[in-house]
Design a protein around this ligand. Structure first.
Ligand code: ZN
Length: 502
């Protein structure tokens, strides 16, 4: 973050000095050459674990309409499908040979409506062969995130390392090397799989302490925000000292952060730490102190695991109705965090890279919690709206690329008739009414997912198309896409293309 303001001021002063030395002594201030930096902003937003229906049930709840016919998605008219499969479901390889792709996407098997009989002991009965197919060989968030962040497919569990466990260069690193400021924010733990792939390299997503340490010391990101606070539980209540949980950040790093002595590589100054809601709101409202705005910034939300998805439902309220349970009042929304992150990062006249993860859509889907999928996806949608508003008010689509997607499906999120009619989508129950949803899994799924884009370079997405799946266009509600699909690695390709372009 030492890149912000000062270097540009120095360039301006040196340019002015050079100009004076050429003998143009009588020049007026209007003759001072202007800096010709055109910012490049790349914003990647990931609603983790959003099957096609997850986008729509949130929009039905809030707008009474399909997501693609509602804000903010009406502003994102470039719509594709995307494959998410991993290189392999386990690894790393003990003998480092050639990379072998063993998993693929076969549209004929996805839309196979042949009746299927699950093992009667299975919790989930899948009535069609296609349902069974998309439940197998699924990616996890680490492999999917690595594909998005580095352009490489890898094994499940890998944090930006290849099939042999060798570190891969992330888009965050490339952005920083090109002079951009960099930010990683999430609604789950700051070093959970998806944020981790943008700020660290590790052979296993489960090495939270090491991943958290690397994210805070290796200097990839100027800004990190997320949950995983050692002192607070899943309801945002202060734990007793004996129960502080140093799982996501170790006690030593936590002490160093609080003492103001933890400094990331490449930075002149140590991390500023904010960990209360008011400070997140100040950042979002443009009233943050200069101290917060001038060094690397770590925003640790005062909650254990997720902003809101893991909260206990208030007595007397209905956990099966979206937003009925009281929200944890001490926790900022992802929208507030997103607004704050942009205010911070956009100080750099060269631009920024920001990854925003709505991480708990996935957690709610794992648990088949319709109400909480809606809540989490609504906050994510508001975050997308905040980004679009910023672009339209403070930037423009010629200098900013926005990509909105998910890393994989989770649990199907299909309609009430989907046990009779294969892939029948959730029906619109109207605004503010809970929809009828059927789940056929409590885990990730292999189907094509949504990819939205707008702005600088977005038109080149069509160059990456790998194939067309007419079943996707017919059965899913990503209205405006014709079933053309790209691969998740192409998201990296597009972002890199924009960032490194002259
Ligand atoms: Zn995921």
């Amino acid at each position: 973050m030492h890149l912000i303001n000062k270097p540009n001021s120095l360039i301006a002063i040196s340019m002015l000095a050079a100009f004076s030395l050429t003998g143009c002594d009588n020049s007026t201030s209007t003759d001072i050459p202007k800096l010709s930096i055109q910012p490049k902003n790349v914003i990647l937003m990931i609603s983790d674990g959003a099957s096609d229906g997850a986008w729509d049930i949130a929009s039905y709840w809030e707008n009474g309409k399909l997501a693609n016919n509602s804000a903010p998605y009406t502003k994102l008219s470039t719509r594709f499908a995307m494959t998410t499969f991993p290189l392999s479901t386990n690894g790393p390889d003990t003998i480092c040979g050639d990379e072998v792709e063993t998993i693929s996407y076969d549209k004929d098997q996805v839309w196979d409506e042949t009746s299927f009989t699950s093992d009667p002991a299975d919790k989930y009965q899948r009535p069609f062969a296609g349902y069974e197919y998309i439940s197998k060989n699924v990616t996890d968030s680490a492999a999917a995130g690595t594909a998005l962040a580095t352009g490489h497919k890898t094994y499940n569990g890998a944090i930006s390392v290849d099939h042999c466990g060798r570190p891969l260069e992330s888009i965050t690193h490339i952005a920083k090397a090109n002079g951009l400021s960099t930010g990683i924010i999430t609604s789950v733990q700051f070093d959970h799989a998806t944020p981790a792939v943008f700020g660290a390299n590790n052979v296993s997503r489960n090495n939270y302490e090491a991943i958290g340490h690397d994210m805070l010391t290796q200097g990839e990101a100027d800004l990190i925000m997320g949950a995983g606070h050692p002192q607070f539980d899943s309801d945002g209540k202060l734990r007793t000292t004996a129960n502080f949980e140093y799982k996501y950040i170790n006690a030593e790093d936590w002490a160093s952060l609080n003492s103001g002595i933890l400094t990331p590589a490449g930075s002149d100054t140590s991390w500023s730490l904010i960990d209360n809601k008011a400070d997140f709101e100040s950042l979002a409202n443009n009233t943050a102190s200069s101290e917060v705005l001038t060094g690397p910034l770590f925003g640790l939300v005062p909650v254990g695991y997720t902003l809101q998805q893991g909260r206990t439902c208030t007595a007397g309220k209905n956990e099966h109705v979206a937003f009925d349970c009281d929200m944890t009042a001490t926790v900022p929304s992802l929208q507030t965090m997103t607004q704050g992150a942009i205010n911070y990062l956009s100080q750099n006249e060269k631009g920024f890279f920001l990854m925003v993860e709505g991480g708990a859509v996935d957690w709610a889907a794992h648990a088949n919690q319709t109400a909480r999928i809606i809540e989490e996806q609504v906050d994510f949608n508001h975050s997308v709206s905040a980004v679009i508003a910023w672009v339209e008010q403070n930037s423009n689509w010629d200098e900013t690329l926005l990509i909105v997607t998910t890393d994989h499906g989770n649990s199907y999120v299909l309609g009430g008739a989907s046990d009779q009619n294969a892939y029948a989508p959730v029906e619109n129950p109207g605004k503010g009414v809970m929809p009828e949803v059927k789940y056929y899994s409590g885990d990730h799924t292999l189907e094509l997912v949504r990819l939205y884009a707008r702005g600088k370079g977005a038109e080149t997405l069509s160059d990456f198309v790998k194939g067309n799946d007419e079943g996707y266009a017919i059965n899913y509600n990503n209205i405006g896409s014709n079933g053309d699909y790209v691969d998740n690695t192409n998201v990296f390709d597009l972002m890199k293309q924009v960032i490194v372009a002259p």
